[in-house]
Design a protein around this ligand. Structure first.
Ligand code: ADP
Ligand code: MG
Length: 400
């Protein structure tokens, strides 16, 4: 259990808040405000509790120097509009101007200040204790609601927790409790659908989910490393040669553990990422042992879709990370789309994570997501949680 914001005495206190406002900004305009919207319940709660609020976040990868296009000023403007109240912005992270702005916060009138991008200072990523101490000295309490960065031990996500009573905001609490509950007490049958581009980036997650799930379904670009481990011809498909032995080991391990490992039976192919091979205006489908030498596997085929949809149809707990194919191209979106629809229809306890998976989900449906289904805001963070790793930005919010 995390220390929750609801346990904190907040009235008249200065609260240092860390959010993940790493949103796409083009010419000062926020292109996707999902991450800010997901943080609003915490900000609104702090306002209702009469706290003074300091907002911090990183944005992009400025590598420890000031990059004007990565300023958080547009986020301050966005919040001002959204909350319909003044929001101050200081183009510094620490120092006298920041102390002055925090000192000037007035309850009920003018009680929010947004600081500049924490990664404009190289001491953020090195989790420099002096930097963390200076940030912490601005406030009485630390609230972390930056789920997207809880897997990183940085000064503003973890360092400050050494100096202040620390609490989880509503988003971090919700993400952590839903993901860890699904892992600890899954209702069986439990399935994990793991796709995306590479085995190497998802290996820890596959291993850990094998301990939890009855069935593991492999999709996406990693299919071909598994097919090669089974001595099948994969043509020009994506493959990680150094991971072939690992894939063989996973096949053996699954069998030894009695876990059903599903490798798609058939595959939609193309000449390369940009040049489809068509058959009656759809991408050509071949059996997984019939991929031509000059072709590339780009999505799962219809038989594989059918098999996976049936498995989803009886599952009681579902973990899904990684698209089934190159969904960015309409011709190779079918696998990801069918699986998305089957998961939404099934509406059992489901954890969906992964930046591209959530992007695909939003591309496929604009309907409200049923309440049993949790769509994580943190790609890397949710993947590390599902890998069974303790995350520094979560551990620092547990009672000591
Ligand atoms: P996530 O961000 O959800 O964790 P990944 O980053 O691991 O997912 O993988 C997403 C990418 O994998 C997408 O850009 C998609 O086009 C690509 N991909 C899926 N299937 C294939 C394939 N068969 N060959 C090459 N790339 C693929
Ligand atoms: Mg990705």
């Amino acid at each position: 259990m995390l220390n929750s914001i609801e346990q904190a005495e907040l009235g008249s206190k200065v609260v240092l808040c860390r959010f993940d406002f790493n949103v796409p900004i083009v010419d000062g305009e926020i292109m996707d405000d999902t991450r800010i919207r997901r943080a609003l319940p915490t900000i609104e709660y702090l306002l209702n509790q009469n706290a003074k609020i300091i907002i911090t976040s990183h944005l992009g990868r400025p590598k420890g120097i000031v990059v004007p296009s990565l300023s958080l000023r547009p986020v301050a403007l966005y919040l001002e509009n959204k909350l319909d109240q003044p929001v101050n912005f200081v183009d510094k992270i620490v120092g006298s101007e920041v102390r002055k702005a925090v000192g000037g916060l007035r309850l009920g009138l003018d009680n929010i200040v947004v600081l500049e991008n924490t990664r404009f200072d190289k001491r953020e990523k090195s989790n420099d204790p002096e930097f963390a101490k200076e940030l912490a000295a601005l406030a009485d309490i630390f609230v972390s609601d930056a789920f997207g960065t809880v897997h990183r031990a940085h000064a503003s996500t973890v360092g400050v927790a050494n100096y202040l009573p620390s609490f989880a905001g509503f988003l971090v609490n919700d993400e952590y409790s839903r993901i860890s509950e699904a892992m600890k007490n899954p209702v069986n049958p439990t399935i994990a659908i793991i796709g995306g581009s590479k085995v190497s980036t998802k290996l820890d997650m596959i291993n850990n989910l094998m301990e939890i799930a009855d069935t593991i379904i492999i999709g996406g670009g990693m299919i071909f490393t598994f097919l090669m481990a089974q001595d099948k011809e994969i043509g020009k498909s994506l493959v990680e040669l150094p991971m072939i032995d690992t894939a063989s080991d996973l096949i053996v391990k699954a069998e030894a553990m009695g876990v059903r490992l599903i490798i798609p039976k058939d595959i939609r192919i193309g000449k390369d990422l940009r040049t489809p091979i068509l058959e009656e205006r759809e991408a050509k489908i071949v059996n997984n042992d019939k991929i031509p030498l000059d072709a590339m596997g780009l999505d799962i085929g219809k038989d594989a879709e059918k098999e996976i949809i049936e498995i989803i149809g009886t599952a009681k707990t579902i973990f899904w990370n990684g698209p089934m194919g190159v969904f960015e191209n309409e011709l190779y979106r079918s696998g990801t789309e069918k699986i998305t629809r089957a998961i939404l229809n099934r509406n059992v306890t489901t954890i969906i994570g992964g930046g591209d998976s959530v992007y695909a989900l939003n591309m496929i449906t604009s309907e409200p997501i049923p309440s049993n289904i949790h769509v994580s805001t943190g790609g890397g963070a949710s993947m590390e949680l599902l890998s069974g790793i303790d995350l520094p930005g979560i551990e620092c919010l547990k009672s000591k």
